[in-house]
Design a protein around this ligand. Structure first.
Ligand SMILES: *Cc1c(COP(=O)(O)O)cnc(C)c1O
Length: 403
């Protein structure tokens, strides 16, 4: 086997990059996987080497062979100039924003953003003198009207957290760049496999590795990838805070990376099947899944995305809270809990109406978000079927599906 350069690998397909990026068996006695390097101190052989920092590694927080392998692989898979790994997806969001904003700046953030991102903007960013304006996720090129002379960054997330609005990233990128601002995107749902962020004009891209990179609900991790324009500021900001993940977690992320394509394709297939099944149920008013023709963002998804993942939402026909609780409490396969991307199916009720500021959320019935795992579909459907029977049974006031 002959060693391949990173440049040669970057010209190969995404599946090949997933398998080969960020590992070099010939630097580790032929073993296939990069081992877990633990450590703080890194020794230098001479005083000259110590003082001039000649070594490839200088201190644990600056990166180890394990974390560097993950970052190199992620940059390769994302088509980025560089990437950094941090201990959670939210840390990736905050690091990316801190790397491109300063006191006195203004940032535009989609109203459909992951809620903790909103709390970071309204809390810490505000305290440090950065003003946030939320915008309608469907704004597209109309974002121009919201830009101010001090707008330094535009934050996107597609599809929207829980509510699944699609954003026209190329149109937003055109305006953002013409006005000299930085475009950020939280790409956790699609991952670079289904949406190549930097090819589409995104400068800084966030991935909660907690989700599909782990794939097993056993890991908290975040990644930020950057194009040439933003890479140095990203690395400098990271170095000044040293928010480094533990080496075991970097190892688990690398382990997940190798099979991510397979798992995503299967989550995609399972979720599409279940979404279509749900769409045909009388209890369901609407399914919010961008890969379904009936979903408002479908055209954008079809134009820009290469696939869909295992997470989507449904709006039920009106039903009282007790009926919804009866449905959810009795499920035996769908767990109720936050996060997603693992092998197991999940469901949560949600309500965006209490915190949106640029748009209103009034879907006309209870909203549920599903994460579809890798179980047998027939079993998942039977679990939900029994749940719907409980929903109907507990709806005392003459339950009728809407026409
Ligand atoms: C889960 C999630 C995050 C945060 O990831 P954590 O590792 O849980 O902090 C960020 N963005 C999106 C879209 C997410 O779903």
């Amino acid at each position: 086997m002959t060693k391949m350069t990173p440049e040669a690998l970057s010209r190969l397909g995404s599946r090949t990059r997933l398998v080969h990026a960020g590992r070099d068996p010939w630097e580790q006695h032929g073993f296939v996987n990069t081992p877990i390097y633990r450590g703080s101190t890194v020794l230098s052989p001479t005083m000259h080497d110590l003082v001039h920092r000649t070594g490839r590694y200088t201190y644990g927080t600056k990166g180890t062979p394990t974390t560097e392998a993950l970052e190199t692989a992620w940059a390769q898979v994302s088509g980025a100039a560089g990437a950094v790994a941090v201990p959670s997806g939210l840390a990736a969001v905050s690091l990316a924003l801190l790397s491109c904003l300063k006191a006195g700046d203004h940032v535009l953030v989609t109203d459909s953003v992951y809620r903790p991102t909103r709390l970071f903007c309204d809390g810490l960013l505000k305290r440090f003198g950065v003003e946030t304006t939320y915008y309608d996720p469907l704004v597209g090129g109309g974002i121009e009207a919201l830009m101010r002379p001090n707008t330094a960054a535009v934050f996107t997330e597609a599809p929207g957290s829980q509510s699944f609005e699609m954003q026209d990233i190329p149109a937003i990128a055109e305006v953002t760049h013409r006005r000299g601002a930085v475009l950020l995107m939280d790409n956790t749902w699609a991952t670079p496999l289904f949406f190549p962020p930097h090819d589409m004009g995104v400068d800084l891209c966030i991935e909660a590795g907690t989700k599909y990179l782990s794939g097993s609900s056993d890991l908290l991790l975040g990644l930020v990838s950057a194009n040439e324009r933003c890479n140095k500021a990203l690395r400098d900001t990271y170095d000044s805070m040293a928010i480094c993940p533990g080496p075991e977690d970097a190892f688990l992320a690398l382990r997940g990376l190798r099979t991510m394509q397979l798992r995503l394709k299967e989550h995609e297939r399972q979720a599409l099947d279940l979404a279509r099944w749900l769409e045909a149920r009388p209890e369901v008013k609407r399914v919010l899944h961008p890969a379904l023709e009936s979903c408002p963002g479908h055209d954008i998804w079809k134009r820009d995305f290469k696939g869909s993942s295992g997470l989507f939402s449904v709006i039920l026909n009106p039903a009282p809270q007790e009926a919804l609780a009866a449905m959810l409490d009795g499920l035996t396969l769908f767990g109720m809990g936050y996060s997603w991307g693992g092998f197991e199916s999940l469901v949560i009720p949600f309500d965006c109406s209490t915190y949106r500021t640029a748009t209103t959320w009034n879907p006309g019935g209870p909203a549920l978000r599903f994460q579809v795992g890798l179980e047998d579909l027939d079993d998942l459907k039977a679990d939900l079927d029994a749940g719907f029977a409980r929903l109907r049974g507990a709806t005392s006031v003459g339950w009728e599906p809407e026409p």
